[in-house]
Structure formats: structure tokens, C-alpha cells
Design a protein around this ligand. Structure first.
Ligand code: ADP
Ligand code: MG
Length: 351
């Protein structure tokens, strides 16, 4: 078989881990990022730095690659679509069009008869005041948010009056859920009714940022089966190719609600590098490059902790046990609450 040249848009840690998985499979990676200090630069075979609208780089990239994927879902739809007209972009750009926008995403999920939080589209202060019945609530920008960026907690009318809304920006107001638990399901779909699915991950967030994940999740059988069934349904409906994650809330009345969908590999699944025979990254590469699907098996139970900001300093140079794995994202600059690395511990499965 000829060597496959895979283009990856975005150069963060997800890109780095995709490159490592591709290397294992003998696939050549070309990362294109608009950040010259991208961590994935260290892991890719080739790295392109430029704005995504740079025509010269666009031509070089599309000429060189066989297939294109992305590690960052907020790349403008028009760019993904233009790329896709030359070389296939997987998952398909039209998936992003829905998922990039929190309102379209929630409408889509509800159309599948799957529940989300209660939500309303907000364009201005008046909308906010007239939907105050949803309070306490989270106000989120409809597009471009991640790791809690672009999110405001609103407890009362006073908060609604004080929050400053950017003009011509669409927001969504989401009723605050009394969280009992958060879980996520990661699925890699290869084609119709052909997929590999990981068991649900149990997640803990701090200040809206993922802090800790573990398998097995401490959930009942119904939540296990419903969440995996919903992930399958969503990926089928989107005609999705590649790895996708569905984040869920379980509320204090045991309702299972979809929080959001990530059309990419996901932070909660980083432990699969060590806990499974095939990681979420390898499955993604296999699916988008049209390689064989290999039965994915859990080898260990696992826990993963995100390393944020300054915490990375203590991990560098530390000695680890045989069942402990430290991943340094090699980011050039430490910033408060920035994801700098992660730490995974694997443990025997006790049946
Ligand atoms: P991001 O795109 O940044 O991941 P999310 O919408 O997933 O944004 O929010 C991040 C986290 O913030 C969630 O995982 C959850 O812990 C908390 N959160 C967000 N929205 C709500 C909500 N409506 N009710 C309760 N907690 C929420
Ligand atoms: Mg999220």
C-alpha cells in the first residue's frame, strides 16, 4: 500500500496525540496551524504555520495530503468546505456546521428525541430578561467557546443586568442542571453500523474545565446503555466518520441529558492510550484513512488527571510507577488553568 499523507488542521495536544497514533500506523502527518508555537509541531512529520486563509499554504497543503482531518472543531466552516472540495475532509465539514453552534447542536439532539438542558437563543439584554425563568442558568456564546471560555453563570436578574453582551453575537441561555454526575461516550464510526465504542467515562470538572476522568464510570446499567445507544444514534444520524464524543449530564433526578457533542477526539478519552489496545486517536486515524477496524478492547481500568498551569512543574522530572504515565504537551508558555499535560494511572480489571 502507498504511504498515506494525512493533513491535520490545528496543532494542540490532540493534534500531537493524533500524530503519535499515525506514526505507529506508518502514516505521514502534515499539521497546519495558525499558532507557530503549536505543541503538535514536535510530533508531526511536517508542520505548516500560517493563517488558514493563506492561499499559498492552502495550495501546498491540499496538493501534498491524501486526506484531511482536524483536532479543533472551531475552524471556520468555509475553510473546511473549500478544503473538502479538493481533498476529502473527515469528519465532513457539514457536521461541524451543526456542532460548532450550540443552538443548532441542541436542536439537532432534541430532533433525535434525546434530551438536553432547557435552552433559549439570546441576542440581546431584552431576550435575557424575558427568559429569566430559566435562572439560575449558564449563558454561553453560541460559537467558539471551549474550556469554559465565553461562559457566564447567571443566578438572578441582577446578574442578567450586569453581564456585558457583545453586539451581534449569538448566545444560548442554558438552565443550570443540578449535576449528580457527568459522563462522556466516545465512539469511532467507520461506516454505516460499523463502529468501535468505549465504555462511558466518568468526568469531574472544576471551573468548567475537565479535571479528572475514570473508567469504569460509577453509573447504573440504564445510564450505561442509554448513553452508548445515544452516541451510536448521533453518529449514525450525522453519517459521521472518525472519533466523536458525546458529553452527558446526569441530574439529581437521574435524567440523562446531552450536554454537547465534540466532533473529534476528546480529553476524557486520553486514558485510552494506556487502557485499551486501540486508543481513541488510533481509531480516529484508522477510520479517516480507511484502514481496517480492529476490535477495541479494554486492557485496564484507568484514571486520568489533567495537569493545569503551574502544576506541570512538579511533574517534570518526577519518577513514576510502572502503571503511571505522564504526558507533557510541551507547551512553550505556562498559563493559569491551561492544559499543560495529563497523568494516567492504569489498574487491573477486577471482575
Ligand atoms: P465547553 O465547550 O467549554 O466544554 P460545556 O458546555 O461542556 O463547555 O461546559 C463545561 C462544563 O461546565 C460542563 O462540563 C459542566 O461541568 C459545566 N456546565 C456547563 N453548562 C452547565 C449547565 N447548564 N448546568 C450545569 N453545569 C454546566
Ligand atoms: Mg464540554
Amino acid at each position: 500500500m502507498n504511504k498515506i499523507y494525512l493533513g491535520i488542521l490545528g496543532g494542540g495536544q490532540l493534534g500531537s496525540m493524533l500524530c503519535m497514533a499515525a506514526k505507529k500506523l506508518g502514516i505521514y502527518t502534515i499539521v497546519w496551524s495558525d499558532d507557530p508555537t503549536s505543541p503538535a509541531k514536535e510530533f508531526s512529520d511536517e508542520f505548516i504555520f500560517s493563517n488558514y486563509s493563506d492561499n499559498e499554504k492552502f495550495n501546498y497543503f491540499t496538493k501534498k495530503v491524501d486526506k484531511i482531518t482536524f483536532e479543533f472543531e472551531n475552524i471556520p466552516f468555509d475553510i473546511l468546505d473549500k478544503l473538502n472540495s479538493i481533498k476529502e475532509v473527515l469528519p465532513k465539514p457539514k457536521v461541524n456546521k451543526i456542532i460548532q453552534n450550540r443552538i443548532l447542536e441542541k436542536d439537532f439532539v432534541n430532533d433525535q428525541n434525546i434530551k438536553t438542558t432547557k435552552y433559549k437563543k439570546i441576542n440581546n439584554k431584552d431576550d435575557l430578561i424575558s427568559n429569566a425563568y430559566l435562572l439560575p442558568a449558564m449563558l454561553k456564546t453560541a460559537t467558539l467557546g471551549y474550556d469554559g471560555k465565553g461562559q457566564f453563570k447567571l443566578n438572578n436578574l441582577e446578574d442578567c443586568k450586569n453581564v456585558s453582551l457583545t453586539k451581534d453575537t449569538e448566545y444560548v441561555l442554558e438552565k443550570m442542571v443540578n449535576l449528580k454526575k457527568e459522563i462522556s461516550v466516545i465512539i469511532t464510526r467507520f461506516k454505516k453500523d460499523e463502529y468501535e465504542i468505549y465504555e462511558p467515562f466518568e468526568n469531574k470538572h472544576e471551573d468548567q474545565i475537565l479535571r479528572f476522568s475514570k473508567i469504569p464510570a460509577d453509573i447504573n446499567k440504564e445510564h450505561f446503555s442509554k448513553s452508548t445507544e445515544y452516541a451510536k444514534k448521533i453518529s449514525e444520524k450525522l453519517n459521521y466518520i472518525g472519533t466523536l464524543c458525546v458529553e452527558f449530564f446526569i441530574d439529581d433526578k437521574n435524567n440523562l441529558l446531552v450536554n454537547e457533542i465534540a466532533p473529534r477526539v476528546h480529553n476524557s478519552g486520553h486514558m485510552t492510550i494506556n487502557s485499551h489496545n486501540i486508543s481513541q486517536f488510533e481509531n480516529h486515524i484508522r477510520a479517516v484513512c480507511g484502514l481496517k477496524k480492529v476490535k477495541t478492547l479494554k486492557l485496564y481500568n484507568a484514571e486520568m488527571t489533567n495537569i493545569l498551569g503551574n502544576e506541570i512543574i512538579n511533574y517534570k522530572g518526577k519518577k513514576f510507577q510502572d502503571n503511571e504515565f505522564f504526558f507533557d504537551y510541551l507547551k512553550k508558555e505556562i498559563k493559569e488553568k491551561r492544559k499543560m499535560g495529563h497523568f494516567t494511572e492504569i489498574n487491573k480489571i477486577n471482575d
